[in-house]
Design a protein around this ligand. Structure first.
Ligand code: CMP
Length: 143
């Protein structure tokens, strides 16, 4: 069983897409094990997107992701990292297939609605950045 980190970005929250996005992950068969509505600090944004530090759009990316509330989630399931990326669609919404979240709701790459971890290592790193262990639910303990 894998866990992955998924975050509805400020544009997705502002456009009231949180419910739609949760619905798609639930219908797919994943379990929500953590969730929080939050405003990201500059420090957290710079750490989260550290791999893009040298890119020309880094400043714009940090400004945008800290511009309003995001909805951070952890989803659990079989092959959760890859399957979540498939549900989300390609980074640039203009290349994302219809039926994916970015393909259905996004237009430009800088405001692409949602973020999803791109590997198991990223998922672990990002989950630990945004959530404490005691904020994650373990359904295995439930009878
Ligand atoms: P995300 O999956 O959150 O990971 C990195 C983000 O950088 C990506 O989604 C895009 O929103 C953003 N990004 C990538 N390319 C560009 C670009 N050319 N201009 C602005 N933002 C970009």
């Amino acid at each position: 069983m894998e866990k992955t980190f998924v975050m509805v970005k400020p544009d997705g929250v502002q456009r009231n897409l949180v419910g739609e996005i949760i619905n798609r992950f639930e219908r797919k068969g994943f379990q929500l094990v953590g969730a929080k509505l939050m405003v990201i600090s500059n420090e957290l944004a710079e750490t989260h997107y550290g791999e893009h530090k040298e890119k020309a759009f880094f400043g714009e990316l940090v400004d945008f992701i800290t511009s309003g509330p995001v909805f951070a989630m952890v989803w659990e399931g079989e092959d959760a990292v890859t399957t979540a990326r498939n549900l989300i669609g390609k980074t640039n919404p203009s290349e994302a297939n219809p039926g994916t979240i970015r393909g259905d709701f996004g237009v430009i790459v800088g405001k692409n609605i949602i973020h999803g971890s791109d590997s198991l290592e990223s998922a672990e790193r990002e989950i630990n950045l945004f959530f404490k262990q005691n904020e994650l639910i373990s359904y295995e303990k439930q009878v």
